[in-house]
Ligand binder design. Structure first.
Ligand SMILES: NC(=O)C1=CN([C@@H]2O[C@H](COP(=O)(O)OP(=O)(O)OC[C@H]3O[C@@H](n4cnc5c(N)ncnc54)[C@H](OP(=O)(O)O)[C@@H]3O)[C@@H](O)[C@H]2O)C=CC1
Ligand SMILES: O=C(O)[C@@H]1CCC=N1
Length: 271
C-alpha cells in the first residue's frame, strides 16, 4: 500500500475540526488530490467547503485509510457508521486522545488494522510531531504508509508500546497549549512591567518562536542554551531563581500539569 493507493482508493475523515483540518491541509498541500478525500462532519467549516473534497457524500467502497478525528466523547455515535470497513484492509488511523486500540477492535472487529496517532496543531504549518503505534493487523507497509502521510505535517516518531501514549499526549499532543499559555503569561507580565499590549505580545511571540527554533536547530542542548542567556549575577539569573525554584517553580508546576493530563487521558481510556 502506498500513496497512490490512497489517491486511488480514497481517504475518509471522520470529523474535520481543528485537528482533522490541520492534517488535511498538510495532505492537500503535499499533493493528495482533493477528489480522493471524503469528509464526514455534520457542520463542515467554510475552509473545508472550499477545498474541493467530497463532504458528507456517499463513501468509497474500500478506502485505504479512515482518519478518525472526532472528540473521544463522540466516538460511540460516530464510529459505528463506518463499521462496514472493519476486519478488512482499510486502515483506521485514530488521533483521538484516550481511545485505545482495543476499543477500536471491539467496535470494528478484531481483524481491523488500527494505528493510533497523537499529532499536534503545529501540523497546520507542517511543524507538527506525531507519535504512532499500531496493532498486529497493521502491517509494516501500513505503518510505513501512515508514517509517510504524517510526515506531510511534520516529524513522526514510532512508539514501542501503546502504554506510552498517555505520556506522549500530555507532552506533545497538549504541549502547544502550554507554550501558547507561556506566550500569554509573558505578554501579560510585559504589560504589567510597563509595555504596550501589542509590543508585549510581539516580543513574547517572537521570543518563544525564536527560542523554539534555536532549541531544535542548535547543536547545544536546551540546558546549554539557557546557560548562554544567563549572565553570572545578571538579569536572567534573578528571573530563573523564581522559575527554577524547587518548591513552586516551573518543573514542579509542569510535573503537576503533565500528571493531570496523563490522568485525564487514562480516564478517557477507561471510558
Ligand atoms: N486539538 C488538538 O490539539 C488535538 C486533538 N487531538 C484529537 O483530535 C480529535 C479531534 O479534536 P479537535 O479537532 O480538537 O476537535 P473538534 O471539535 O475541532 O473536531 C471534531 C469534529 O468532529 C465533528 N463531529 C462531531 N460529531 C461527529 C460525527 N458523529 N461524525 C462526524 N463528525 C463529527 C465535530 O463537529 P461539531 O463541531 O459540529 O460537533 C468537529 O468538526 C480528538 O479526538 C482529540 O483528542 C489529538 C491531538 C491534538
Ligand atoms: O485536549 C485534548 O483532549 C486533545 C488531546 C491532545 C490535545 N488536545
Amino acid at each position: 500500500m502506498n500513496m497512490d493507493d490512497v489517491a486511488r482508493r480514497g481517504l475518509v475523515l471522520l470529523g474535520c475540526g481543528k485537528m482533522g483540518s490541520a492534517m488535511l491541509a498538510g495532505w492537500l498541500r503535499s499533493g493528495l488530490p482533493a477528489t480522493s478525500v471524503w469528509v464526514n462532519d455534520p457542520y463542515p467549516s467554510d475552509w473545508l467547503t472550499q477545498q474541493g473534497v467530497n463532504i458528507n457524500a456517499v463513501l468509497p467502497e474500500s478506502p485505504a485509510i479512515v482518519l478518525v478525528a472526532v472528540k473521544p466523547q463522540m466516538m460511540a455515535d460516530a464510529l459505528p457508521t463506518l463499521r462496514s470497513y472493519g476486519n478488512g484492509d482499510t486502515v483506521f488511523l485514530s488521533v483521538a486522545a484516550g481511545i485505545t486500540i482495543g476499543t477500536y477492535e471491539t467496535m470494528l472487529g478484531a481483524e481491523t488494522p488500527v494505528i493510533r496517532a497523537m499529532p499536534n496543531t503545529p501540523a497546520a504549518i507542517g511543524r507538527g510531531v506525531t507519535a504512532i503505534v499500531g496493532n498486529a493487523q497493521a502491517s509494516a507497509d501500513m505503518m510505513d504508509l501512515a508514517d509517510n502521510l504524517l510526515q506531510a505535517i511534520g516529524q513522526v516518531v514510532r512508539l514501542d508500546a501503546e502504554s506510552q501514549m498517555s505520556a506522549v499526549t500530555a507532552i506533545s499532543g497538549c504541549g502547544p497549549a502550554y507554550v501558547f499559555h507561556l506566550i500569554e503569561a509573558m505578554a501579560a507580565a510585559g504589560e504589567k512591567a510597563g509595555l504596550a499590549p501589542e509590543l508585549a505580545m510581539q516580543l513574547a511571540k517572537a521570543t518563544v518562536g525564536g527560542a523554539g527554533q534555536l532549541a531544535e536547530d542548535a547543536d547545544d542542548s536546551p540546558t546549554q542554551l539557557r546557560i548562554n542567556v544567563t549572565s553570572p549575577n545578571g538579569v536572567t539569573f534573578e528571573a530563573l531563581k523564581v522559575l527554577m525554584n524547587e518548591t513552586d517553580g516551573f518543573p514542579v508546576l509542569m510535573d503537576r500539569a503533565v500528571q493531570a493530563a496523563v490522568n485525564r487521558d487514562q480516564e478517557l481510556s477507561n471510558g
